[in-house]
Design a protein around this ligand. Structure first.
Ligand SMILES: *Cc1c(COP(=O)(O)O)cnc(C)c1O
Length: 428
C-alpha cells in the first residue's frame, strides 16, 4: 500500500498493526499465549536487550498480540507509538512514570473519573507525587496552578460522569506555555469521536475496558504518545533527556527521538512496574476495535434520543448531555465531537435520592453496575454506590448528588430503552 494516501479510520480500525500470521497464515491476529520467545542466537539476544533491534523477549515487555493492539490504537489516535497496560489505572501510572519524581506534581481536572480522583488524590502520594485539582474551564486557574515542579497537565476529553466537554485546545495552549505535556484521558470519546492529539494533546491515556473492547469482556489500558513533545528542551524530564542509570546509561531522548517516551515506557515502565496487558485481553479488545466507529456512532445516536426523551419527562429535573442544545457544552461538543457526543450522561431526578434508587431497581433492560461502554445499557445511582463515602457537598461537586443517575446507553433498539425508562420512572 502506498504511503501517500493515508488509510481511512475504518480501514485502520480493522487492519492497522496486523498482517496474516507469518508462521501459519492465520488471518485473525492469534493470541500468542506465551511468556517468552526463543532467541535466534546469542548475538540476537544481545541486540534485543540493548534495543538495537526491536523484537520479542518476554511478555511482561512485549508480546505480538499486544503489539498489534498498541500499533492499532496508536494509528487510530494519530500517535507514533503506544504501550498497553493491565488496566486503565495501570496505564495512568505508566503514563506519568517517565515524567515524575519525588516532589513533582501534576495539575489535573477537578472533574475526573472517580477512580482517578482516588489514584491521583491519594495513591500517588506514596511515590512522593502530588496533584492540584483545578477547573479546566478556568484556564487562568490552570495557568496559576502550574509551578516549577509541575510535570504534566491531565484532563479527560469528554469527562466522566457525563456532560462535560473539555476545551482541549485552550488547555493545550497553557501546557505549551508551561513546557509540560498535556495528557488527555480519551476513554469516554475514543478516537472514533475525538482525537485529542489533533487538538494539541501530547499524550492520550485511555481505559480500553470501556468502549474499545465494547462488550464488557476485558480490562485494559493504553498510553499513546503523539511523538511531538520535545523532552530535550528543558531539564524537567531527566528520565528522557539524560542517560538512564537503570538502562546502562542509555539516553532515550537522544537515541530514540520521537519514540523516546514509548520505549522508556516499555524498557523501564513495563520492566519495572510490571503492569503489562495479557494477550487474551488484547485479542478481545482488537475484536472490539474492528467495529469501534460504527458502535460509537450508534451509541451516540441512541444516547441523544434517550436524553431528549428524558429531558421532556415530568419526573426529570435536568439532563446533562452535551449532544442536547440545552447543555452548556453544546457548542464545544459541535466543535470537538461532530460525529456524536458519546454514550454516557447524567440525569437529575426531581424525586432526589429515593427516586434514584427506585429507578435503578425498576429498570429491566438496563443493568445496574459500575461500568460504562458496554453494548448493553448500564445504569448506576452514584450517591448510593461509587460516591457513597463522600459528604453530600462533595457528592454534588463530583456531579454525583443524591438525585443523580448515570446512564451508559448501549446498542439496543432505542425505543425499547425508552419503554424501559418509561415504566421505571412511573413505577411506585
Ligand atoms: C474506567 C475509567 C478509567 C480506569 O480504567 P480501568 O480500565 O477501569 O482501570 C480511567 N478513566 C476513565 C475516564 C474511565 O472511565
Amino acid at each position: 500500500m502506498s504511503d501517500e494516501t493515508p488509510l481511512g479510520f475504518e480501514t485502520r480500525m480493522i487492519h492497522a498493526g496486523a498482517a496474516p500470521d507469518p508462521a501459519t497464515g492465520a488471518r485473525q491476529t492469534p493470541i500468542y499465549q506465551t511468556s517468552s520467545f526463543v532467541f535466534k542466537d546469542a548475538a540476537h539476544a544481545a541486540r534485543l536487550f540493548s534495543l538495537q533491534e526491536v523484537g520479542y523477549i518476554y511478555s511482561r515487555l512485549t508480546n505480538p498480540t499486544v503489539a498489534v493492539l498498541q500499533e492499532r490504537i496508536a494509528s487510530l489516535e494519530g500517535g507514533v507509538g503506544a504501550v498497553a497496560a493491565a488496566s486503565g489505572h495501570a496505564a495512568q501510572i505508566m503514563a506519568l512514570f517517565p515524567l515524575m519524581g519525588p516532589g513533582k506534581n501534576i495539575v489535573a481536572a477537578d472533574k475526573l473519573y472517580g477512580g482517578t480522583v482516588n489514584q491521583f488524590g491519594q495513591a500517588i502520594k506514596r511515590f512522593g507525587w502530588s496533584v492540584k485539582f483545578v477547573d479546566m474551564d478556568d484556564t487562568d486557574a490552570v495557568r496559576a496552578a502550574v509551578d516549577d515542579d509541575t510535570r504534566a497537565i491531565w484532563c479527560e476529553s469528554l469527562a466522566n460522569p457525563g456532560g462535560i466537554v473539555t476545551d482541549v485546545e485552550a488547555v493545550s495552549a497553557v501546557a505549551k506555555d508551561a513546557g509540560v505535556p498535556l495528557i488527555v484521558d480519551n476513554t469516554m470519546a475514543t478516537a472514533a469521536l475525538w482525537r485529542p492529539i489533533e487538538h494539541g494533546a501530547d499524550i492520550v491515556c485511555s481505559s480500553t475496558t470501556k468502549f474499545m473492547s465494547g462488550n464488557g469482556t476485558a480490562i485494559g489500558g493504553i498510553v499513546v504518545d503523539s511523538g511531538k513533545f520535545d523532552w530535550m528542551a528543558s531539564d524537567k524530564f531527566p528520565s528522557l533527556s539524560q542517560p538512564a542509570p537503570e538502562y546502562n546509561g542509555l539516553n532515550f531522548g537522544e537515541a530514540l527521538g520521537p519514540m523516546a517516551y514509548t520505549f522508556h515506557s516499555i524498557a523501564i515502565g513495563l520492566r519495572d512496574l510490571g503492569g503489562c496487558q495479557q494477550p487474551q485481553n488484547a485479542f478481545y479488545t482488537l475484536l472490539g476495535l474492528e467495529t469501534l466507529a460504527l458502535r460509537m456512532e450508534r451509541h451516540s445516536q441512541n444516547a441523544l434520543k434517550i436524553a431528549e426523551y428524558l429531558e421532556g419527562h415530568s419526573a426529570v429535573d435536568w439532563v446533562s448531555y452535551p449532544g442536547l442544545k440545552s447543555s452548556q457544552y453544546h457548542e464545544r461538543a459541535r466543535k470537538y465531537l461532530p460525529n456524536g457526543a458519546g454514550a454516557v450522561f447524567t440525569v437529575g431526578l426531581k424525586g432526589g435520592y429515593d427516586a434514584g434508587v427506585k429507578l435503578v431497581d425498576s429498570l429491566k433492560l438496563f443493568s445496574h453496575l459500575a461500568n460504562i461502554g458496554d453494548s448493553r445499557s448500564l445504569v448506576i445511582h452514584s450517591a448510593s454506590t461509587t460516591h457513597s463515602q463522600l459528604t453530600d457537598e462533595a457528592k454534588t461537586l463530583a456531579g454525583a448528588g443524591p438525585e443523580v443517575v448515570r446512564l451508559s446507553i448501549g446498542l439496543e433498539t432505542a425505543d425499547d430503552l425508552i419503554a424501559d425508562l418509561d415504566q421505571a420512572l412511573s413505577a411506585r
